[in-house]
Design a protein around this ligand. Structure first.
Ligand code: SAM
Length: 363
């Protein structure tokens, strides 16, 4: 298992470890198998009202079951009195991105929903089974999508670092009018915040991420009117000094090219020292803060053999502008040897930590 951002969504937690249905899993036995598409194109789903309705209905039923991402969420409903969904096990398997016998899927969802989901590429048929082309990711009372990865498409990233940032932000118990989540990925942090803030903006440069985040109100009707997804370069275009909370899990891996030598990975590449792009997120998040507003930015903190420490050298500039700054090491440092990782990833690096920078604008 690689460290940090290379923890892929399949490794995120024991509850979401199901492999994505793949066209490469075996020979196609049925004429209408999907052979090309392996991952959801959220923009295509968004453009299809019947597909959105069918997906929204699956999530409504998962919510009623109490789906928490684990197979046990289906088992728990067995034996309950009252409104037990007889198709709970099928729905939970679909939510986990697992393949299920076609007959069971049709029985659970009905012909019309299956047709609608297949038409927009949200449901794939492979070798006698069907499976969603995304996982349904639960976090507190909100459900978001994690499209499977497809070669040539932006990766919609969600990892242990994302969950670490979320835990820190959630524990701060903030609430208020306006929040923004920059580099939002699938939008789960923004979605959860929309239960505490009157309006939350989920922004990302990746069109695929923005479209995934735009599914949030489709799947969580209680958030409609409180949540907007938009394509932005960091915070460019948002009104300065008008947000009570800003969060960001900036790309923080020290790299300018992908590990295979290809184009830099948008979800991961933080620049040569891993801090070039996070610096922009920190500065622009700071500018967005209203009086008494707070920003939480997750990034890496590397130290180099010539004494440089890019994050630590930058923070005094923010303090000099009158902001209070605190750096918290996250839980994922306990799971990974970040010093070794930093040495391997960035020439001259000798130490590495994963941190969340908290910035407060005094009122
Ligand atoms: C490490 S991922 C974090 C995703 C999500 N916030 C999470 O924590 O799971 C970084 C995100 O930043 C986005 N990103 C990269 N460069 C960006 C830029 N210049 N402006 C806005 N977003 C950017 C990527 O598309 C990706 O979704």
């Amino acid at each position: 298992v690689e460290l940090g951002l290379e923890v892929r969504q399949e490794d995120l937690s024991a509850s979401l470890d199901a492999p994505a249905p793949s066209a490469a899993d075996g020979p196609n036995q049925l004429a209408d198998d999907d052979t090309e598409i392996v991952a959801m194109d959220p923009a295509r789903v968004l453009a299809d009202p019947a597909g959105c309705a069918a997906l929204g209905d699956i999530v409504r039923r998962l919510r009623a079951i109490g789906y928490d991402g684990s197979p046990a969420s289906a088992a728990r409903t067995n034996g309950n009195d009252g409104d037990v969904d007889p198709h709970a096990a099928t729905l939970v398997a679909l939510g986990r991105g697992e393949g299920v016998a076609r007959r069971a899927v049709v029985d659970a969802l009905g012909d019309d929903a299956v047709a609608a989901l297949r038409r927009c590429g949200a449901l794939l048929a492979i070798d006698g089974e069907m499976g969603l082309s995304a996982k349904v990711f639960p976090m507190r009372s909100v459900y978001t999508l994690l499209p499977h990865h497809q070669e040539g498409q932006d990766f919609v990233y969600l990892g242990r670092d994302s969950v670490s940032l979320f835990e820190i932000v959630w524990a701060a118990r903030g609430h208020g009018d306006r929040a923004a989540d920059l580099g939002t990925g699938n939008g789960f942090i923004a979605a959860a915040l929309a239960t505490r803030y009157d309006h939350v903006i989920a922004a990302d440069l990746s069109h695929r991420c923005v479209a995934t985040a735009a599914m949030v109100p489709v799947l969580n009707p209680h958030l409609r009117g409180r949540f907007s997804a938009m394509q932005l370069d960091v915070a460019n275009g948002l009104r300065r000094e008008s947000f009570d909370l800003v969060t960001a899990n900036a790309p923080w891996v020290p790299e300018t090219k992908a590990p295979d030598g290809g184009e830099a990975r948008r979800f991961a590449a933080g620049g040569r020292t891993g801090f070039e792009l996070p610096r922009r997120f920190i500065d622009e998040a700071t500018d967005l803060l209203a009086p008494d507003g707070r920003a939480f930015i997750a990034c890496s903190d590397l130290g180099f053999n010539d004494g440089r420490r890019p994050l630590r050298e930058h923070l005094p500039r923010i303090e000099a502008r009158g902001f209070e700054v605190r750096v918290v090491e996250t839980r994922i440092n306990e799971l990974n040897d970040f010093d070794e990782w930093a040495r391997r990833k960035s020439p001259g690096a000798i130490t590495g930590r994963h941190v969340v920078v908290e910035i407060h604008r005094p009122s």
